[in-house]
Design a protein around this ligand. Structure first.
Ligand SMILES: [Zn+2]
Length: 285
């Protein structure tokens, strides 16, 4: 069964709108997965989720929305308070994600909605919201898709997702905020890289953190992100068809992302397509 993957936010860390980021986009992480029956699975709630919500409202979407958070760092949750379906009476929104360090996921999300930092009263948020904590060995059935989880190497932890239609079909792997380089090794078991390669194995599309040049990845060892070349290596080892570099550095303008993409394409083997994710881009699997 075919489905679509649309990028609504491709940036890491902080939104960076402006002339320099027009082509790849300035909004933080958000990807929508839609099947042929219109069901909607959302990956991360960065600022890109606001425009996705507007699009859902304009098509009068009323089905359940499942939202998978890779983790609760701000660039992955900051759009949620301004997600238009939050204000729709009768709208079901189910949020799945890992527990942040030292706190429950629901309480961290609720803190963004406290009156001191957010003006909209609770009564105006008419959607039925539920929050479910999941872990690295979870498998979840949501909105017509089966979602398998794996732990990523990131400060405080994060989850990667392998998504396939419940009725079968090509796999999408979503691994953002993941350090493939040596600086991330101390956070994960020795078998992690081999497990990760198996987890991603044969995916039709791998969306992976490709934030850095190799030089920057060395300078920022331990920060929890990868070079574009490390992402190519994982895609090659896992036999992926198409790699989308994601979570672009806020300090990189479009020309610098073009440069990373060219470097990644030069390193990719025949048969591996490489793209840099850009806002508004849809891939059909
Ligand atoms: Zn991030």
């Amino acid at each position: 069964m075919s489905y679509s993957v649309t990028f609504w936010g491709t940036r890491g860390t902080i939104p960076v709108p402006g002339d320099g980021t027009i082509r790849y986009g300035g909004n933080t992480s958000c990807v929508a997965v839609r099947d042929g029956e219109g069901r909607c699975l959302v990956l991360d709630a960065g600022t890109g989720i606001r425009a996705l919500g507007q699009a859902l409202r304009s098509e009068a979407f009323g089905g359940r929305i499942d939202l998978l958070l890779s983790h609760a760092h701000w660039d992955h949750i900051q759009g949620l308070p301004f997600f238009p379906p939050m204000f729709a009476d009768g709208q079901d929104i189910c949020i799945h994600g890992p527990a942040p360090v030292g706190a429950g996921l629901a309480s961290v999300l609720e803190r963004q909605l406290e009156p001191a930092v957010y003006p909209v009263p609770r009564a105006a948020r008419a959607a039925r919201l539920s929050v479910r904590e999941i872990s690295g060995d979870s498998t979840v059935e949501v909105s017509g898709f089966r979602v398998e989880c794996c732990p990523l190497s990131h400060p405080g932890g994060a989850l990667g997702y392998r998504i396939t239609p419940s009725r079968g079909g090509p796999a999408l792997a979503y691994l953002t905020d993941n350090e493939l380089g040596a600086g991330g090794a101390s956070r994960v078991p020795a078998t992690w890289r081999a497990d990760l390669t198996r987890f991603v194995g044969g995916a039709a599309l791998l969306i992976h953190d490709g934030m850095y040049t190799p030089v920057l990845a060395e300078e920022r060892s331990g920060w929890g992100h990868s070079s574009a070349l490390d992402a190519v290596s994982l895609a090659r080892e896992a036999g992926v068809d198409h790699l989308a570099l994601f979570h672009h550095d806020p300090d990189h303008d479009d020309a610098q992302v073009d440069g990373l993409l060219a470097m990644a394409r030069a390193a990719a083997p025949a048969g591996l397509a490489v793209s840099a994710a850009r806002e508004g881009w849809t891939v059909t699997l």
